[in-house]
Design a binder for this molecule. Structure first.
Ligand SMILES: [Zn+2]
Length: 158
C-alpha cells in the first residue's frame, strides 16, 4: 500500500469515526509533530530561564524539521525554538510550510500551552500563508490548533 493510499485510508477512518481533526491535519500527523517537539525539547539550551521549548515544523513536502530555543547571556541574542526550526528547514531548501507544533515550559513544572512569542508570529507571517497551522500542545491528547491569522491578524509588511 502506498503512502498516499495509507493516508487516504486513515482519512476515511477518521471521517467515519468523527476523529478528523480541525484544519485538515490528520490525527497521526498532529501526534507526530507533537512527539517530535516533545523529543527535541530536551536539546534546548536554556540556562537562564530554565524554560525549555521544542518545535516541529511540517513542510509541504512532508518533511519535519525541529528546533529548540537557544539562549544567550546577552538575552536578546537568544533564539526561539520556532525560528530555529524554520532556519533548519530553509537551510535544507524548504520554502512552503504547513504546520508547526510547539511544546515547552519551565523545566520540572507542569506544561501549559506554549504560544509563539510576538517576534516569532511576525517571523512566520513572512514565510507562511495565513492558514498556516500552529499547534500548541500540553500532551499528545491535549492541544489546540490555530491558524496563523488568528494569532497575528495584522502583520507588518513592506
Ligand atoms: Zn519566539
Amino acid at each position: 500500500m502506498s503512502e498516499s493510499d495509507k493516508n487516504a485510508d486513515e482519512l476515511m477512518i477518521y471521517k467515519k469515526s468523527g476523529l478528523l481533526l480541525e484544519q485538515n491535519l490528520l490525527k497521526n500527523t498532529i501526534v507526530r509533530l507533537i512527539e517530535e517537539a516533545m523529543t527535541v525539547r530536551y536539546h534546548s539550551y536554556a540556562p537562564y530561564s530554565d524554560f525549555y521549548v521544542g518545535a516541529a515544523l511540517l513542510t509541504e513536502s512532508g518533511r519535519i524539521f525541529t528546533g529548540v530555543n537557544v539562549e544567550n547571556a546577552s538575552y536578546p541574542v537568544g533564539l526561539c525554538a520556532e525560528r530555529s526550526a524554520f532556519a533548519a528547514a530553509i537551510s535544507a531548501g524548504e520554502r512552503i510550510f504547513e504546520a508547526i507544533a510547539i511544546y515547552g515550559g519551565e523545566n520540572g513544572k507542569e506544561i501549559g500551552y506554549c504560544f509563539p512569542c510576538g517576534m516569532c508570529r511576525q517571523f512566520m507571517s513572512e514565510l507562511c500563508g495565513k492558514d498556516f497551522r500552529v499547534i500548541v500542545a500540553k500532551s499528545y491528547h491535549d492541544y489546540r490548533i490555530y491558524q496563523l491569522k488568528e494569532l497575528l491578524p495584522y502583520t507588518f509588511e513592506l
